[in-house]
Design a protein around this ligand. Structure first.
Ligand code: NAI
Length: 740
């Protein structure tokens, strides 16, 4: 079965998200709602969405819109019809009746329901119709959430379900799990339970919301929004509806019922419009005090707000074992939460799925956890777990495991996909080396470097691993969300605070040396980014020989925001790329001025497609919808490049002083218009010096080393300045830029 055209019915949050992702995959899609006006508004929303649902605005041309009365004939031409109307069974049944009258034979019909069982959805369908009907449960926002749950019914044509799964994996880039017809399927059943446990235990143990979020966050391998931050993000009212549906659907003796009970404070928040970020605020809220915006947090005991103080637990890396062994209330809270989640998840096997492995994957794909409950159990250690845990009666999984005490119960990872992913091959690869910032693996005849720091920020150790891994062809790839958010600014600031500028210089030199080494080493180097590839992360990527990029990347050189300029070869590489254009052949200043604009404004691209016109990516770089395919496509490139020869060194001809003056004129205009302030001017001048080639003239040739030197000098000059340091400190403390 080939999917060449799709109709999506219901153009709300989910329908428009699904339609946008189909557009991204270049599949023509018709979006229908009650009126064309509603679908038109949905199309506008897609175009304006932040973060963007489209990987490129032009993809919107794949959508046409209409209404269910005049345009229903479109259903007859579709290979797949997705129903994403409101969660009301009567409305859904009516729609199915219409769809099955109109559709062409053999087309697939699916519902995006989050809570209605498939047996109820399909109760009015004939046996024949049931063959082609399933649930496809996408997560919001569809472009960014990797999980898709497919729920079959007993009549399904399995070949068709499998080809739908393959399409969703490869073309739409979704990690696709097949689940049983049980409430909340896998992701929400465990994910919402976990949130509820984390919340109710925080109330019980009298933790502040900041404390709870610090524990039920990075140290557990959970996104930093924690529980209360996530509640605000999802919407406190929406969560209340989700809970009501679980209470209704689940048996009375299900453990979930214990943590789904209404909490008076939560009820009051909803009633007073505190529904989270979309409302007046939620557990956290922004308030204005003396005309300044401040973040406040709620007191769980009395509902009062006060200024939110970030709670420092001492470690932000995932470290479950140390966390649960802490002899304080945080250790106690962590163990209480995690042990309950493990108990609950394991009690549901095989009811919700016979593969516990899929539960872990659902948590990874749908909730961005680093590890799911069973992998956490493995990390804690089976023996340790059973020494610590209290009763677990009627839990067959734990009863069996307590008998075998098999530390290797886990087996392989990511069983849901046939693709050869990093997660699958890591356990089979040889770990050659490991430091605080990266790991090197050898698999067959190539190496893999995976960065391992927070947001994969880069430091000396990260460079060391890259350099040491080039004795074989190398793939730089990672499982964490970000490829790399850039150089570790705290690491750099620690040196600056001590006045140790020599160490900073040593690091930048080593960064340059490593990137140059990646580019010219004997064996090919491939970067396979997804998520953030900013600053230093981009410099690693652009000095690799090949790039296999996930379409969902945010890429760019953003150093000027913190008062610096790219100094790991970013200026040089961008100059080279732009100097290869037709325009640059006629005007030697064309490329430097373009790059001045891009780096000066710290322009970023929010997808691999947007990255190309900025030349952050090249036309030949691969742009892939399915993150799970990055490794296998990188491997293919290695196989096709066994006769690899390193590129020739680049040479540059730059105009020097006259060009620099042109750039300074541009800066002066910005300064007079108050777009930039004093330090913005300084940073701009330093960038101008690099991009114009410093003390050169157009008849002279500059080498890559000359440009590295200019970058280094500018960088060192800036990092020494008080105002750059103020910018860095401000960004580290607030996550926001400082304009000075
Ligand atoms: P929504 O309320 O944003 O959009 C529903 C859309 O359906 C509206 O545009 C409405 O005009 C349209 N509609 C209502 N009756 C219709 C009819 N007879 N024919 C055509 N269109 C009709 O709802 P949302 O959030 O997009 O949810 C849609 C489905 O996806 C629901 O089944 C929901 O349970 C499910 N879901 C929602 C998630 C979320 O995060 N919002 C996540 C996963 C699933």
């Amino acid at each position: 079965m080939e999917i060449k055209k799709v109709v999506v019915i219901g153009s709300g949050t989910m329908g428009s998200g699904i339609a946008a992702q189909l557009c991204n995959a270049n599949i023509p899609v018709v979006l229908l709602d009650l009126t064309t006006d509603i679908s038109e508004k949905a199309r506008e929303r897609i175009l304006k969405s932040r973060p963007p649902l489209l990987i490129d605005k032009s993809k919107i041309n794949n959508i046409s819109i209409g209404n269910i009365n005049e345009d229903f004939k479109e259903v007859g031409e579709a290979d797949w019809i997705v129903e994403a109307v409101v969660e009301r069974i009567d409305i859904k049944h009516n729609i199915y009746e219409k769809i099955f009258k109109e559709r062409k034979s053999g087309s697939i019909v699916s519902s995006n329901t989050s809570s209605i069982p498939i047996k109820v959805l399909s109760e009015k369908l004939s046996e024949e119709e049931k063959k082609d009907f399933c649930i496809t449960h996408f997560f919001n926002p569809v472009r960014y959430m990797d999980l898709l749950e497919i729920v079959k019914n007993e009549n399904n044509d399995l070949n068709k379900i499998n080809s739908l799964k393959k399409f969703c994996e490869k073309d739409l880039g979704k990690g696709t799990l097949i689940c049983n017809d049980t409430p909340g399927f896998l992701g929400n059943r465990i994910g919402v339970y976990a949130m509820q446990v984390a919340m109710t235990e925080a109330f019980k143990m009298k933790l502040t919301i900041e404390e709870a979020d610090a524990v039920f966050g990075r140290p557990m391998g959970i996104p930093k929004t924690g529980v209360f931050g996530l509640y605000d993000l999802i919407g406190i009212d929406l969560m209340a509806d989700v809970l009501k549906s679980f209470i209704k659907e689940l048996p009375e003796n299900d453990e979930f019922q214990q943590v789904a009970k209404e909490i008076p404070l939560v009820k009051k928040l909803i009633e007073t419009g505190y529904t989270g970020r979309k409302g007046k605020g939620g557990f956290y809220r922004m308030n204005k005090i003396d005309n300044k915006k401040v973040l406040e947090g709620i007191n769980l005991e009395n509902g009062d707000y006060s200024i939110s103080k970030k709670f420092n637990l001492g470690s932000e890396k995932m470290d479950i074992v140390n966390l649960i062994n802490r002899k304080d209330k945080y250790g106690e809270y962590a163990w209480s939460v995690i042990s309950k989640i493990i108990k609950y998840a394991s009690s549901l096997v095989p009811g919700i799925t016979d593969k516990f492995n899929d539960i872990d994957e659902a948590m990874r794909l749908g909730f961005n956890w680093t590890k799911g409950p069973f992998e956490i159990l493995k990390e804690i250690g089976v023996k340790n777990f059973f020494e610590k845990i209290d009763a677990f009666e009627n839990n067959k999984f734990l009863e069996d495991l307590s008998k075998t005490k098999d530390e290797n119960f886990y087996g392989e990872r990511q069983l849901y996909t046939e693709l050869e992913t990093l997660g699958k091959i890591k356990p089979k690869a040889i770990k050659l080396d490991k430091n605080n910032s990266a790991e090197i693996y050898r698999f067959n005849d190539f190496n893999i470097v995976e960065f391992t720091t927070k947001a994969n920020a880069l430091d000396y150790d990260s460079m060391d691993s890259l350099k040491n891994a080039t004795d074989k062809p190398l793939i730089i790839i990672n499982e964490a969300m970000q490829f790399s958010a850039g150089v570790n600014l705290s690491y750099t600031m620690d040196f600056a605070n001590k006045g140790d500028l020599r160490s900073i210089e040593k690091f930048v030199r080593y960064f340059q040396e490593t990137c140059k080494h990646l580019k010219y080493s004997k064996h090919p180097v491939i970067s396979a980014p997804s998520g953030l590839a900013l600053g230093g992360g981009f410099e690693v990527l652009c000095q690799s020989n090949f790039v296999v990029s996930h379409t969902n990347i945010v890429v760019g050189l953003v150093e000027t925001i913190v008062g610096l300029i790219p100094a790991g070869g970013g200026c040089k590489e961008m100059l080279w790329r732009w100097s290869q254009t037709e325009e640059a052949k006629n005007d030697p200043d064309y490329a430097p001025l373009k790059v001045f604009d891009i780096i000066g404004y710290a322009k970023t691209a929010t997808s691999a497609i947007e990255a190309e016109p900025l030349k952050y990516l090249k036309p030949e770089d691969k742009k892939i919808m399915s993150r799970n395919s990055l490794l296998s496509i990188s491997k293919e490139i290695l196989e096709n490049n066994q006769e690899f020869t390193a590129p020739k060194e680049c040479k540059f001809k730059l105009s020097g002083k006259p060009l620099k003056e042109k750039m300074i004129k541009l800066l002066e205009k910005l300064y007079n218009d108050k777009v930039i302030l004093d330090h913005g001017m300084e940073v701009g001048k330093k960038l101008a010096n690099v991009l114009s080639g410093g003390e050169t003239s157009i008849d002279k040739e500059l080498s890559e080393d000359d440009l590295y030197k200019l970058e280094l000098d500018a960088f060192m000059n800036l990092i020494e300045s008080q105002k750059t340091q103020e910018r860095i400190k401000h960004t580290l403390a607030t996550g926001k830029p400082l304009v000075n």
